[in-house]
Design a protein around this ligand. Structure first.
Ligand code: MD3
Ligand code: FE
Length: 204
């Protein structure tokens, strides 16, 4: 499909998926899910979010950024669960740990418009994504808005690795097939995205 895009359907078995859901429940107890707001308009996202790791991705009227604390509670984000660090080490050859695990929760009707991930300094680092729960219709294009796009269904347990050219591809979630999985008792979809934010080996 595109250079650097690896789609690994069924990479995580049911046991591994259930273990990750437990970890996310623990994260959400410390760092509750909240609804970020759009840059400028302040309109709330349909997706709810939280983070783990030294830096969390947040968005509000003033824009997108990474910051070390939860925007509502002011508390530091909890650590990235070990099984996710292990996944990063085994699927990327990146010589440093991820700094952000963004947790996206999609309830019924939630979606994410086409965008690029460009808030990170470490653009050489791949992005790793894990899908859990209800299936999603994922759309991926090229490096320019308005280019050709293709749709891929992401089922629970699918892992995506986005390196090379794919790292800067436009992408989004068109819709969730609500009720398609029984992993989450109340339905919906969780996406975990691991990212390196700062350039490693360079002092700030
Ligand atoms: C392709 N999340 O958090 S994950 C995001 O399912 C985001 O919640 C979507 O886009 C979700 O920024 C898509 C798959 C994904 C993640 C990062 C990418 C695809 C990507 C970065 C570059 C290209
Ligand atoms: Fe993205």
């Amino acid at each position: 499909m595109m250079n650097g895009l690896r789609i690994l359907p069924g990479y995580l078995d049911l046991t591994a998926q259930q273990a990750l859901v437990k970890e996310i429940r623990r994260i959400a107890t410390v760092a509750p899910l909240y609804r970020p707001r759009m840059q400028g308009s302040g309109r709330p996202f349909s997706v709810q979010m939280t983070n783990a790791g030294p830096l969390g991705w947040v968005s509000d009227e003033s824009g997108y950024r990474y910051q070390p604390h939860h925007p509502v509670t002011g508390q530091p984000w909890p650590p990235i669960p070990e099984p996710l660090l292990a996944l990063w080490r085994s699927l990327t050859r990146y010589p440093a740990e991820p700094e952000c695990c963004l947790v996206n929760y999609y309830g019924q009707g939630a979606r994410m418009g086409l965008h690029q991930d460009r808030d990170e300094e470490a653009r050489d680092a791949p992005v790793l994504s894990v899908s859990l729960g209800d299936s999603a219709v994922f759309r991926v294009g090229g490096p320019e808005r308005g280019g050709k796009t293709t749709s891929v269904k992401l089922d629970s347990g699918t892992v995506l690795v986005l390196g090379g050219a794919a790292r800067m591809a436009f992408h989004g979630i068109d819709r969730i097939l609500f009720g398609s999985s029984r992993l989450l008792p109340k339905g919906g979809r969780i996406n975990l995205t691991l990212r390196r934010v700062t350039h490693p080996f360079l002092a700030d």
